[in-house]
Design a protein around this ligand. Structure first.
Ligand SMILES: NC(=O)C1=CN([C@@H]2O[C@H](COP(=O)(O)OP(=O)(O)OC[C@H]3O[C@@H](n4cnc5c(N)ncnc54)[C@H](O)[C@@H]3O)[C@@H](O)[C@H]2O)C=CC1
Ligand SMILES: CC(=O)C(=O)O
Ligand SMILES: [Mg+2]
Length: 573
């Protein structure tokens, strides 16, 4: 194997690096490159003289220049493209910039702009640092993972999508790899996971997106999505290859279609270290907002009546965790599930024999007998308005990808029966939100406790300013990944996910109207560290931690990679 251009040396925060490359090769390796920040002495040692402008700019000056360049780009996709280029040129500068301006830049590297970047993937394609696996060549998976060229001991995570359910914009084919890069950026900027320890992967199984199939520029496999046994065998081949090449890596599944997401999680969760962000990550952040909101109202979790509008990957994941929390308060699982009403595109999930629902939705089927006395617009059909009218929910969660579906009449009806309704339109990107915070607060005279999936500006109404919580799994997955890496967990268990939720909720105190149900994005590094400690402790308590937790706070802090130029150790060559 050829010598790698660098090696990360043992030590905390990734603060020492052995440099094996020389000359212009150094400038082409983002982890080594520090551009104009190389001092004259370093330039001499590394053979860079004459390859850079004369004036040395330390990191602070580079940050100023990079931020100015970012601000001057007008269109969000232009900003995205600038940041992507920076990430591929200079790892430290990119992550330092992103960490220092996370609230301003997260909407660019993540939802909503990433949705546009994914849709434009083939047109804007330059180069992607990730792994592309094709269902038409399953025997090449292992080679592709090895070709990425990482030390097997030093990879903590594979971030994997098959792109069937990207955010709420559906099947995006090979372009879905961008969501893995977006998640990776947040793992590092928010969670301090060393960027070298993660690999983005797209599993290209074809696409059912006819626009992509008919686009000459499309870069993925040009056939319909493969399903069934061949798909499952491909996933099995991927998991086995991943285990062989990177035996300690957690597999993070992102944006699979609902059936595959739930089936893959159920198949592998007791076999390998695996985490589905849309099911488990979303559940944890929503549970945190739910706990904070119910606590602010002075009520019990188990007294809530919860409507989940959009019983798919995310919606059912949320329901499952909220059920567990209610069980912890003393309900039986059956009693807890009876506090939930879930809708799909076919309306309320019921046990009526004439209606067909998916396996993972069945636990939430409402008994047909309950519906006999319901008032509905059309007999036998139960949509969101009917559910709200008959159930009087205290909590309404939107994971439907249906913009505007929290209509004014529905929200007014809900608020008519509940003093402080908790309402979470979680669909991403922004244009798919079930309602905007301004609408929800206006229709409820400021009484609603609101959290959204994508970022929204604060809302001013009748002398009060309402800070809108961003209930996005970005509040938990970076900390979960960090915690799993710190204690080298061999599984991600339900108590670890519940611990993540409780950790986020513990950082929220609502003492006056308008306060957010979740911490601020600006606080994400602290949130992630808190989540990581809780997750590692839960892993140890559950017996799945391989590394002892002697001092979890210190261990988490030491593991967090810091975006500063490391000490360089030069080899003799
Ligand atoms: N805020 C966050 O952290 C997260 C937000 N999401 C968002 O949630 C949305 C859904 O994502 P997934 O669960 O992955 O998709 P999914 O496709 O698995 O689930 C969507 C569900 O909505 C249902 N649905 C569609 N039309 C409906 C209608 N008119 N009425 C009621 N239900 C309807 C579908 O039947 C399906 O069950 C997306 O917009 C996604 O961005 C997903 C994960 C995390
Ligand atoms: C946030 C996220 O994971 C989603 O919208 O799919
Ligand atoms: Mg997702």
């Amino acid at each position: 194997m050829p010598q790698r251009p660098y090696e990360i040396l043992p030590g905390n925060h990734g603060s020492r690096i052995r440099v094996n490359a020389r000359g212009s090769a150094v400038l082409r390796v983002p982890r080594l490159n520090r551009g104009t920040a190389f001092t004259h002495e370093e330039r001499e040692q590394l053979g860079l003289e004459g390859l850079l402008p004369e004036r040395v700019t330390p990191l602070e000056g580079q940050l100023h220049r990079a931020y100015t360049r970012f601000v001057r780009a007008h269109h969000p996709l232009e900003k995205f493209s600038y940041l992507q280029g920076l990430r591929d040129r200079n790892t430290v500068l990119f992550y330092r910039l992103l960490s220092e301006h996370l609230d301003e830049m997260m909407p660019i590297v993540y939802t909503p702009t990433i949705g546009d970047a994914i849709q434009e993937f083939s047109l804007w394609y330059q180069q992607i640092s990730g792994v592309f696996c094709s269902i038409d060549a399953p025997d090449r998976i292992e080679d592709a993972l090895r070709a990425f060229g990482r030390d097997p001991e030093q990879v903590d995570m594979l971030i994997v999508t098959d792109s069937e359910g990207i955010l709420g914009i559906g099947d995006q084919g090979v372009g879905g790899i961008q969501i893995c890069l977006g998640k990776k950026s947040l793992y590092t900027a928010a969670g301090g996971v060393d960027p070298d320890r993660m690999i983005p992967v797209v599993l290209d199984v074809g696409t059912d997106n006819l626009q992509l199939l008919n686009d000459d520029l499309y870069l993925g496999l040009r056939h319909a999505r493969v399903r069934g046994e061949r798909y499952d065998a491909f996933i099995r081949s991927f998991v086995e290859a991943a285990q062989r090449v990177y035996p300690h890596a957690m597999i993070h599944w992102e944006d699979f279609g609902a059936d595959n997401a739930h089936r893959i999680l159920t198949t592998y969760r007791d076999e390998i270290c695996t985490f589905n962000d849309d099911v488990q990550g979303t559940a944890a952040v929503v549970a945190a907002a739910f706990i904070a909101g119910v606590r602010a109202k002075g009520e019990r979790l188990s007294d809530q009546r919860v409507v989940i509008h959009g019983a798919g990957t995310a919606g059912i994941g949320v329901a499952d965790l909220l059920v567990d929390l209610m069980v912890q308060e003393g309900l039986t699982p059956d009693e807890a599930r009876m506090r939930f009403w879930a809708t799909s595109s076919r309306g309320l999930i019921t046990d009526e024999p004439t209606k067909r629902f998916r396996d993972f939705q069945r636990p939430y089927a409402r008994p047909a007998a309950e519906l006999a006395g319901w008032q509905t617009d059309a007999p036998g059909l139960y949509y969101l308005a009917d559910v709200v009218r008959n159930v009087h929910p205290t909590v309404l969660i939107g994971t439907s990808g249906q913009p505007g579906s929290f209509r004014e009449s529905v929200i007014r009806e809900m608020a008519h029966h509940v003093d402080q309704p908790i309402i979470m339109p979680l669909s991403n990107p922004t244009i798919l939100a079930e309602a905007t915070p301004t609408e929800l607060l206006t229709w409820t005279e400021g009484r609603a406790l609101v959290a959204t999936g994508s970022p929204f500006a604060p809302v001013s109404l009748d002398e009060t300013t309402y800070t809108v919580a961003q209930a996005n799994n970005a509040f938990v997955f970076p900390g979960i990944g960090l915690g799993v890496g710190v204690c080298r967990a061999t599984r991600v268990t339900d108590p670890m996910i519940a611990a993540a939720a409780q950790a986020v909720a513990s950082l929220v105190r609502i003492t006056r109207p308008g306060q957010s149900l979740l911490p601020s994005v600006r606080d994400l590094r602290r949130v992630s560290a808190t989540v990581a400690i809780a997750v590692a402790r839960a892993a140890e308590a559950d017996g799945v931690a391989e590394r002892p937790l002697t001092d979890p706070i210190q261990q988490v802090f030491d593991t967090m990679w810091q975006p500063v130029y490391p000490e360089m150790v030069l080899d003799e060559g």
